[in-house]
Ligand binder design. Structure first.
Ligand code: 5GP
Ligand code: MN
Length: 338
């Protein structure tokens, strides 16, 4: 294993590069990937961004979006690229399993692998690593990476906007404890470099469809379950709800935060019935570790205060299992040492 510094000589020559990220990319995943795309392309490399799956419309304003290849839509070509490229950048994830089928191709290629990530429990598969679980966003690490590469002057408006978007969303709008003074300094630099903070905020947060807002009202009124005794609140969203409101990928994003915003609540969950599985999204405050809860019970993980997982049971048994597990959540998942 090499630290990321060893990548410098490797990138001196023009390389064929794949940049990839986790499935259902969020603004950090996509922003980091596209910032890298622009930066490396600016240095004369041949760069392709491959995302495992499609992503919400509210991310499609990102500069470089039209160049993104969605793996689901052209698997064979992607397998060939992964096999033939010189290096693959894995951004905002550090366990190859998360890429499922694509992950096996990444594991088996002879191309070099570089990981830049801020998630806990990284897998040891890469030749070059830049890992920092304290980083607010992978996008913050991308900024650091560019500086390491002595590329400050190469940060264009496009790159600044992509990095800004990643930091903005992964800090929950500069609210999470990960929002250090350094984060604010980076953001100030990004604005000096041309990041359009107001534009990015509007594109991400203020482009709701009417359906989505009506769904939100419905979910808050009829779907929110509050267990004050356990300090836990959650939503269950069924496939029927999706159909009724014509919901699209990303329309449930942020819902979990409403449950966590209730006074005294320490853990919030959204349980979503998808076609092939039930997805769970967890958030918590302080020393309540939802990544451990996700890992113990829902094949998942993530960060201490934001994690996700999956259930292969149907919706009803998943809800029953979740409800029985949360009885002991406060006792079992309170971590004394942060
Ligand atoms: P979200 O609830 O926004 O989907 O995910 C919250 C966090 O948990 C993100 O940092 C995401 O990367 C992580 N996460 C979501 N789903 C999974 C999963 O299935 N496995 C792991 N290891 N992490 C996940
Ligand atoms: Mn992230």
């Amino acid at each position: 294993m090499n630290s990321i510094d060893a990548i410098l000589p490797f990138l001196k020559e023009s390389r064929r590069i794949i940049v990839t990220t986790h499935p259902n990319p969020d603004a950090d995943a996509l922003g980091s990937s596209l910032a890298m795309f622009h930066f490396l392309r600016g240095r004369g490399h041949d760069v392709t961004v491959v995302t495992p799956t499609d992503y919400p419309d509210f991310l499609k304003w990102m500069p470089g979006n039209d160049n993104v290849v969605i793996y689901d839509q052209c698997k064979e070509k992607c397998h060939q690229w992964v096999a033939e490229c010189d290096i693959i950048f894995c951004l905002d994830f550090s366990m190859l399993d998360r890429l499922k089928e694509l992950g096996e191709h990444v594991r088996n290629t002879s191309a070099k692998k570089a990981v830049i990530d801020h998630h806990l429990d990284p897998e040891d598969f890469a030749d070059f690593e830049m890992l920092d679980t304290k980083a607010s966003a992978t996008a913050e690490l991308i900024f650091d990476f560019i500086l390491k590469m002595e590329g400050r002057e190469e940060i264009t408006t496009e790159i600044a906007n992509c990095i800004y978007a990643g930091i903005l969303t992964d800090t929950g709008g500069f609210k999470h404890p990960s929002t250090t003074a350094k984060v604010h300094r980076i953001v100030a630099d990004l604005i000096d470099m041309g990041a359009a903070a107001n534009f990015v905020n509007r594109e991400i947060y203020d482009t709701n469809s009417v359906n989505r807002l009506r769904f939100l009202g419905y979910a808050l009124l009829e779907k929110l379950v509050v267990r004050q005794d356990l300090k836990i609140a959650y939503f269950v969203i069924s496939a029927k709800d999706f159909e009724r409101f014509g919901l699209k990928t990303g329309d449930t994003e942020g819902l979990v935060n409403y449950a966590l915003s209730i006074k005294d609540i320490v853990m919030a969950t959204v349980i979503i019935e998808r076609e092939e599985e039930v997805r769970l999204s967890f958030r918590s405050v302080g020393n309540y570790a939802v990544n451990l809860f996700a890992n113990d019970h829902f094949e998942g993980g993530g960060h201490k205060n934001a994690s996700g997982g999956v259930s292969h049971e149907a919706l009803e048994p998943t809800i029953s299992r979740f409800e029985s597990l949360i009885d002991s959540f406060k006792d079992k998942y309170y971590i004394k040492q942060s």
